[in-house]
Write a new protein. Structure first.
Length: 146
């Protein structure tokens, strides 16, 4: 069976790579340094390996007590802060939904008829709480103010 040109080239490349590897190995043996300073690697301020020691002027002192592992604890919310007021911009009694424009944030909040404590209509001023639904904020516990 005759050897193809590609097969000859591959074998030639393999022999060359093997030869290069043996030369590099021999070179490392000859240049082997027993000096411990040449074996030390440092990490710079960016986290990269370096042969030079870090600059002591750039050292940052970190207080161990300031390190927080995990999610920081949140302050307990005052229930009065959760109650918002707004104006009903749209409400359809037949379909049972509408929107309230929050007075503080000016954002439109969805309201469903099941969240109402009493009937509302457009331009009524209402107080409500919000909860996040699958499509955004929903108004709950909606009460008529005026």
């Amino acid at each position: 069976m005759a050897e193809t040109w590609n097969k000859k080239e591959r074998e030639k490349r393999k022999r060359q790579n093997k030869k290069d590897k043996a030369e590099k190995k021999q070179e490392r043996r000859e240049n082997k340094s027993t000096d411990p300073e040449s074996m030390i690697a440092y990490i710079d301020e960016n986290g990269n390996l370096s042969s030079k020691p870090p600059d002591p002027k750039k050292k940052i002192v970190v207080n161990v007590e300031d390190i927080e592992i995990g999610v920081p604890k949140q302050e307990e919310l005052n229930p009065e802060d959760l109650i918002r007021t707004g104006v009903v911009t749209f409400f359809n009694n037949d379909k049972g939904y509408g929107f309230i424009k929050d007075k503080e944030t000016q954002e439109s909040v969805f309201v469903h008829i099941n969240s109402l404590s009493e009937p509302i209509k457009e331009n009524n001023i209402v107080s409500f709480e919000t909860e996040m639904g699958p499509k955004g904020a929903n108004a709950i516990n909606v009460k008529l103010v005026k």
